[in-house]
Ligand binder design. Sequence first.
Ligand SMILES: [Zn+2]
Ligand SMILES: [Zn+2]
Length: 346
Amino acid sequence: MDLIRVAVPFFLLAIAAELLWGWWVGRNTYRLNDSFSSLMLGILSQAQKFLRLGVGGVVYAWIGSSVGLDYWRVDAWTTWFVAFVLYDLCYYWLHRISHERQLLWAAHVAHHQSEEYNLSTALRQTSTGFLFGWIFYIPLFVLGIPPEVVVSVGAVNLIYQFWVHTRHVPELGWLEYVFITPSNHRVHHAQNDCYVDKNYGGVFIVWDRLFGTYQPELADTPCIYGIRGPLLSWSPLRALTHIYIDMLNDIRQAASWGERCQVLIAKTGWQPGSIPEAARRQKNDLSQFHVYDPAVASARRVYGGLQILGATPVAPLGPASGTERDSGVVNFYTAIVDRSRYCLVA
Ligand SMILES: [Zn+2]
Ligand SMILES: [Zn+2]
């Protein structure tokens, strides 16, 4: 069963409920243009299911069948609990490096471009995460955790992260010490100097407390949401590619091969010293920050709404192994491994 597909209708209901609640209490956190952009990126991200199986699935299968330790003989509850916790530790490092290194930031940035913060932001997901994301979960397969358990705890981890994308829930007392909450995840989405690169956990905030990346929300520093180099566009194609394009431009204009290679492994925001001043990217001046909110003509609003309505029912119907909807990639994948054990549904 694809848990994420099951959850999608509840996600949409929760978004409607948050919108109504915002109107009811006089604190609406939605803008139509921003929410349409986030929802469209969420729909597009479903396409990577096919690719993730193709890129990472084969490696996982090989590790599971030839390298993976075969002594995982504990009871089911222990297996699920250990897998759930270790998955979040892997997620922490994937997420942290996705912020700190620009090659991975190029994929993850899509989740952070919104200058609003609401439940629709949670669905704003990348479509290029399949490129490197799978590498960080290899330890789970080496440990011999069954693939179906890894996939299931991964789905629960992602579903958990949905509810924390709201401005309507305050700090939650002792929960702030253990779990990712709306308050500490608001910090993660903020671009204020004191909030940048903090709170990377998916379910547990304990990793951030352990590894020195924890930052609580401060009463005197309201979150300014979004990224320091603003997107200034509603184009999903631009949202998914703008950092890759920036990197290609830097590689093209760099004076040496050393600098060109460094672009690929450098910290986020790094640019070669040799490129012209005009090609240097500017960051937001937060003392004069305004959200990107151009007027959108009525006809385009209607078109945007119809596009979302038309695409939403189609998007959740990604590859579901064991059904008639199996894609060629899934068939290829399941053909090379024991189907009964490795029928991954991402
Ligand atoms: Zn992030
Ligand atoms: Zn988030």
